[in-house]
Design a protein around this ligand. Structure first.
Ligand code: SF4
Length: 212
C-alpha cells in the first residue's frame, strides 16, 4: 500500500496551527473534489504521483517525528486525504498505537463519508479523533475560526480523546510555518490567506521561486 504525498515527510513541520497542541502535520497529494477555485494548497491538487512512499514506511517516520519533536498528535491535510483512505488509516493506526492523537481534514462532510460505505474510509474514520469536515465555501469564509477557513466546516469529535471544553479553550491562531527543504527550497504552510502565503514564500525563497 502506498501514499502519494505532497511533500517529503522530512520536510513537514510540527505546528500549532492545525489542531490542539503541537502536532506533526503532513499533506497528501491529489484532490478530485476541487471544492473551491481558491484552494489554499493548489500544488496538492494534481492526482499525478509526487512523493510516493509505502504507507508503513511513512507511518514509522511519522511516529519517529512525533517522538523526536514531542508532538501530541498528527494532522493530515491535502489534497483530499479520504482519496487515499487506506494509506492514511495505516498511518493513523500506528500513531494511535504510539499513544498520540489523530486529526483529519476532509472536503467532504462526515455524513457523506459515512454514507459512502467504503471500508477504507470507515477504517480511516475509526482511527480519527478529530475531523474537520466540509468544503471551503468562499461565501462562508471567516478568518476568525479555529483550525478552519469557512463557517460551514465543523470540528467533529469522533472519539472521547478531546472534550468540547478542551477544543473551545484552544487558541485561535493565524500564522505560517516555514520549513527549509533538502534542496534549499522553502515550504510555507499554515492558516492564512493564499496571497499572504505566496508573498512570504517568495520573500523566503532564493530568487523568489515559489516552493510550497
Ligand atoms: S477539498 Fe481541500 S484540497 Fe480539495 S480543493 Fe477543497 S480545499 Fe483544496
Amino acid at each position: 500500500m502506498t501514499l502519494n504525498l505532497a511533500r517529503p515527510i522530512g520536510e513537514c513541520p510540527v505546528s500549532e496551527l492545525h489542531g490542539p497542541g503541537r502536532r506533526f502535520v503532513f499533506w497528501v497529494q491529489g484532490c478530485a473534489l476541487r471544492c473551491t477555485k481558491r484552494c489554499i494548497n493548489p500544488e496538492a491538487l494534481s492526482l499525478a504521483p509526487r512523493h510516493v512512499r509505502g504507507a508503513e514506511e511513512v507511518a514509522e517516520e511519522v511516529v519517529r517525528r512525533c517522538e523526536a519533536d514531542g508532538a501530541e498528535g498528527v494532522t493530515v491535510l491535502g489534497g483530499e486525504p479520504t482519496e487515499q483512505a487506506a494509506g492514511v488509516a495505516a498511518v493513523f493506526e500506528a500513531v494511535r498505537r504510539a499513544g498520540r492523537s489523530t486529526m483529519l481534514y476532509s472536503g467532504h462532510t462526515y455524513e457523506a463519508l459515512c454514507a459512502r460505505g467504503d471500508g477504507a474510509v470507515t477504517r480511516l474514520l475509526d482511527a480519527t479523533d478529530l475531523l474537520v469536515d466540509g468544503p471551503f465555501l468562499e461565501a462562508e469564509r471567516d478568518e476568525g475560526l479555529r483550525w478552519r477557513g469557512s463557517r460551514n466546516q465543523r470540528v467533529l469529535l469522533l472519539t472521547e480523546r478531546y472534550s468540547e471544553e478542551a477544543i473551545r479553550a484552544a487558541p485561535v491562531l493565524r500564522g505560517l510555518d516555514a520549513v527549509l527543504g533538502a534542496d534549499g527550497r522553502v515550504h510555507v504552510s499554515g492558516m492564512h490567506d493564499r496571497a499572504v502565503t505566496r508573498r512570504v514564500t517568495a520573500a523566503l525563497t532564493r530568487g523568489g521561486r515559489n516552493a510550497r
